[in-house]
Design a protein. Structure first.
Lengths: 161, 164
């Protein structure tokens, strides 16, 4: 009985400790994700360039980024650029991920190559009308990729009527 | 059975805040707001308010029941377990932004003519930790119940012998 009493008390402290641990971890990860996102997208840290003048006619979409992490924990930033056809299949895609240490900055570039044949086949132009969807996926995670968020932005060449 | 006024008062407060206010208050929310929220974030506000109202009803019932059972009874243990599981459900409800079935994944998103934007938050780690905490709490409740029963069993023969 004495042992059971001790076990109940030990369990009580274990539960309190676990609750505090969870709350602290939640606050830390949320703070890191918010500051990480602010540091990643603010102050012109992202830029997209389009190069159509390549020798073989391919289009190159280059994403230059220099995200900063002002949080307390390290974050992993994942970026995917893609072009999808009207059936939702990728016709061109490229992705990368970088780890940004707390207080650090990790510049990187991501190049999406749209082959000349695809440009011709789908009549890709800078104006609306092409039957393709441009996709930008931005993911940010912390605590060893256990907590995070993913944002998917899709812009259709053919607006829905 | 003795009526526990404190638990009834608590239940009424919960019912007013979580059920009556969301049900009555929704008529004052402009329809444009509903439309904007639904378009931009994919959030069904009416559905969320209905779910909160239902939570309010269940919570009030649990509060009343808890106030009317004896502390050392098996009924109290059962109710305490249901109470803890319900709180876990509430944690999942909050992490899932009204959708506890996602188990810690919250999705927001909206569509306009040519653009689509979706954001998915992954809080499954905390949902898992909350589950561990609730399991430990239930184990502790069961152990406490067993200890109380054992103490009562020892004390009963003593009191009988004192009387005789």
């Amino acid at each position: 009985m004495v042992n059971r009493g001790k076990a109940i008390r030990a369990l009580k402290f274990c539960i309190i400790g676990l609750i505090l641990f969870t709350i602290i971890l939640f606050a830390l990860s949320l703070y890191t994700l918010i500051t990480g996102l602010v540091g990643a997208v603010s102050g012109g840290s992202f830029g997209i360039e389009l190069n159509k003048d390549t020798p073989n006619g391919d289009w190159l979409i280059t994403l230059n980024a220099s995200p900063r992490n002002n949080g307390i924990l390290g974050v992993r930033l994942f970026i995917n650029l893609g072009i999808l056809n009207s059936s939702g299949e990728y016709i061109a895609a490229n992705s990368t991920s970088v780890y940004i240490a707390p207080g650090g900055q990790s510049p990187f570039s991501l190049v999406l190559t749209i082959p000349y044949e695809v440009v011709q086949q789908y009549n890709v132009t800078l104006e609306q009308g092409a039957p393709v969807v441009f996709e930008l996926m931005l993911g940010m995670s912390t605590l060893g990729d256990l907590v995070g968020f993913t944002q998917v932005m899709r812009i259709s060449g053919e607006p829905r009527i | 059975m003795k009526i526990n006024l404190k638990s009834i008062a608590k239940a009424i407060v919960i019912l007013v805040i979580l059920t009556i206010l969301p049900v009555i208050g929704r008529q004052w929310i402009p329809s444009e707001f509903y439309r904007a929220i639904s378009l931009q974030s994919g959030f069904n506000l009416t559905d969320l308010l209905n779910r909160i109202a239902l939570i309010g009803v269940i919570l009030s019932i649990l509060v009343i029941l808890r106030g009317h059972v004896k502390k050392a009874s098996a009924g109290h243990l059962a109710l305490s377990t249901v109470w803890k599981i319900f709180w876990l459900f509430m944690v999942f409800f909050m992490f899932g932004l009204g959708h506890p079935e996602t188990l810690g994944l919250a999705a927001l998103g909206g569509k306009t003519e040519a653009t689509e934007n979706t954001v998915t938050f992954d809080f499954r780690l905390f949902a898992g930790l909350a589950t561990v905490i609730v399991v430990l709490m239930i184990v502790r409740s069961v152990m406490q119940f067993q200890e109380t029963r054992a103490k009562a069993a020892i004390q009963e023969p003593k009191s009988i012998s004192n009387v005789s």
